[in-house]
Design a protein around this ligand. Structure first.
Ligand SMILES: Nc1ncnc2c1ncn2[C@@H]1O[C@H](COP(=O)(O)OP(=O)(O)O)[C@@H](O)[C@H]1O
Ligand SMILES: O=C(CO)[C@@H](O)[C@@H](O)COP(=O)(O)O
Length: 585
């Protein structure tokens, strides 16, 4: 294995960060001497996000989102050799490799790490595959997990803002058990894809403290107790056994590349491999956010908000606070919005007339750019529209995947760009709720730093500065998570003593690139006040319209108009069918 004393920060020394996003994985080659990003390579996952059906088979229910673990290996096989070839760098010049992943993106495996879906006979079983972070079918399980934790007075629940999300590992594990008990029994491990890939690279099974803490309720040195799991479902008592494996700190070297890992990547066996990390959390050091009050928003398909420091505070409705979860030695906070770019994508894919597409084509730009340009010509409030940004549910601060979207104020004259702008604004208002919620709980936000694919939309960035009334700094790299992973690789290789030191050398950020426009303040404050009224009316359990979205959701799934009512008609597919036949159609 490459040891700290063998390596140094030099002009001919490199590290690689691999960022596993929702749709693709990308490798970034970073030169340590000057921090230059010398080459990058992307592979779109061959299987993409499987939300409609499995390859050659069963149809999935609407809230499902699966991935194929083979795609993660293909990313390594294609992108790592590609960056070496592009830059003419030799494998021996690469001293470390780090990866980050979406999370909670989790899969059932055997004890040797073989994914269930790789095994003959399991190919058509949806529960044998990776459940992607945005697999939202486990809300009923999350509700029961939360109720049980409240009843038992579980102390760790406050670390999750009082509510575990249906996206996290406990809900997904219970979903696995209750819909496909055979798959649950066969799953000797239930492991984050992040840790699974590190396992494939090194031959060593570990659990990084970031995903264990934020996604699997690991707090103060333990997962929740057997008694707690059994109180939700007796057969779930052994769940924590499936999460076993040594915990590793961020920046720690898990081991050297195994022979198999070296064959997969084209790097030398023994090259240092860093503990896995989450795509959001790894971005904080990449943009130099290593101090209290610096909120980093990783804005892409979804938005994750991460912030380091500030001691231990309970923040209602946040995703979680974890010791060492972003930077070793500090508490790290996470909040999020389940749908952001996904909402804009839904709009351009489903609700834009052909004439607007033709205009975008004629202008030679994509629909996002075209609609953003038109939307920028409007003044705040001019459309008379106001939207709720819950097309992917609400991750913070309501923590309810059953909540849905809403546009108020539609008129016969409403134009597509007006709705598009209302959706952009809604996501900014959702972010403001999160920022204000942190402040009220005693974790004030002083700086907002945006990273991720949406940073390229200058209109959106200015909108966020205006709505939040905060300067918006932006990542000065299109590959911030991969850069963060490369930094962790450098720490694992012993080039830097810690992540703070790596950030001091390698972080890339444009400070206060967007400043709030005082002229829009009053209009946005007024719109935000109305947004809050809708938010509380539809989203809070004591709100007057709370039952509306719940009822609509039940009807959409083929259930009855009230919780106890008999289903109006059989749904197209049910979880029970999944269990019986391993298929959903
Ligand atoms: N110019 C744009 N303005 C707003 N949204 C955009 C724009 N271009 C792409 N998007 C949205 O950004 C999302 C992709 O973000 P990205 O950060 O690249 O991906 P990921 O979140 O998977 O890492 C998609 O949901 C897409 O609809
Ligand atoms: O939830 C987390 C991290 O906690 C993210 O991995 C998830 O939102 C997916 O991020 P992307 O939108 O793919 O960048």
């Amino acid at each position: 294995m490459t040891r700290p004393s063998d390596v140094r920060e030099g002009a001919d020394t490199y590290v690689i960060g691999v960022d596993y996003g929702t749709l693709s994985g990308r490798a970034l080659l970073v030169r340590l001497g000057d921090g230059a990003e010398v080459a990058s390579s992307v592979l779109d996952y061959p299987h993409g996000v499987m939300s409609r059906e499995l390859p050659g088979g069963p149809v999935l229910l609407p809230e499902w989102a699966l991935q194929h673990p083979q795609d993660y290996l293909d990313v390594l096989r294609h992108t790592v050799p590609a960056v070496l070839a592009q830059a003419g760098v030799r494998p021996e010049q690469v001293v470390g490799l780090g990866i980050d992943f979406t999370a909670c993106t989790v899969l059932p495996t055997r004890a040797d790490g073989t994914p269930l879906c790789f095994l003959p006979g399991w190919e058509r079983r949806p529960h044998a595959y990776v459940k992607l972070w945005k697999h939202h079918a486990a809300q009923p399980q999350a509700d029961r997990l939360n109720a049980a934790a409240r009843e038992r007075g579980e102390g760790w629940l406050a670390r999750y803002g009082g509510l575990l999300s249906s996206e996290w590992a406990l809900a997904k594990g219970l979903h696995l058990l209750e819909e496909d008990p055979d798959a649950y029994a066969a799953a000797e491990r239930f492991i984050e894809a992040a840790d699974w890939v590190v396992w494939q690279l090194t031959g060593r099974e570990t659990r990084n403290v970031c995903t264990a803490g934020y996604k699997a309720a690991y707090q103060d040195g333990a997962y929740p107790s057997r008694e707690y799991f059994a109180s939700v479902n007796p057969a779930f008592a052994d769940f924590a056994d499936k999460l076993r494996g040594p915990l590793v700190a961020l920046g720690e070297c898990v081991g050297g590349l195994s022979t198999a890992g070296a064959a997969l990547t084209g790097l030398l066996s023994g090259t240092a491999v860093a503990a896995a990390n989450v795509d959001a959390h790894v971005t904080a050091p990449a943009v130099g956010a290593v101090g209290a009050g610096q909120l980093v928003a990783i804005m892409g398909t979804s938005t994750c908000h991460v912030m380091t420091g500030g001691g231990l505070k309970d923040v209602p409705g946040m995703c979680g606070v974890v010791q060492d979860g972003i930077l070793p030695g500090h508490y790290g906070y996470e909040a999020g919005q389940s749908g952001v770019g996904d909402i804009f994508a839904w709009f351009v894919n489903n609700a834009v007339p052909a004439s607007v597409r033709a205009d975008a084509d004629a202008a030679g730009v994509d629909l996002h750019t075209h609609l953003s340009t038109l939307a920028a010509g409007l003044r705040p409030g001019e459309s008379g529209l106001l939207a709720l940004d819950w097309l992917g549910g609400n991750r913070s601060v309501l923590v309810d995947a059953d909540l849905t979207g809403l546009v108020v104020g539609l008129h016969l004259h409403t134009r597509p760009e007006e709705i598009y702008r209302a959706l952009l604004e809604a996501t900014a208002f959702g972010t403001r709720v999160i920022v204000e919620n942190f402040g009220v709980a005693g974790v004030p936000v002083h700086e907002f730093i945006a990273a991720g694919g949406l940073v390229k939309n200058a209109f959106l960035m200015q909108l966020y500065a205006d709505v939040l009334n905060l300067p918006v700094s932006v990542a000065d790299t299109a590959q911030a998570p991969a850069l963060g992973s490369a930094m962790h690789a450098a720490v694992a290789a012993g080039v830097y003593p810690d992540i703070g030191a790596a950030a001091a050398h390698l972080a890339r950020v444009k400070k206060a690139a967007y400043r709030p426009n005082p002229e829009t303040r009053a209009a946005y404050d007024a719109l935000y006040a109305e947004y809050l009224r809708l938010h509380d009316a539809f989203g809070r359990a004591d709100g007057p319209l709370f039952s509306t979205m719940k009822t609509l959701g039940r009807l959409r799934r083929g259930g009855g108009p009230t919780e106890d009512a008999t289903p109006a008609e059989a749904p197209d597919a049910t979880p029970a069918e999944a269990t019986d036949a391993g298929v959903l159609a």
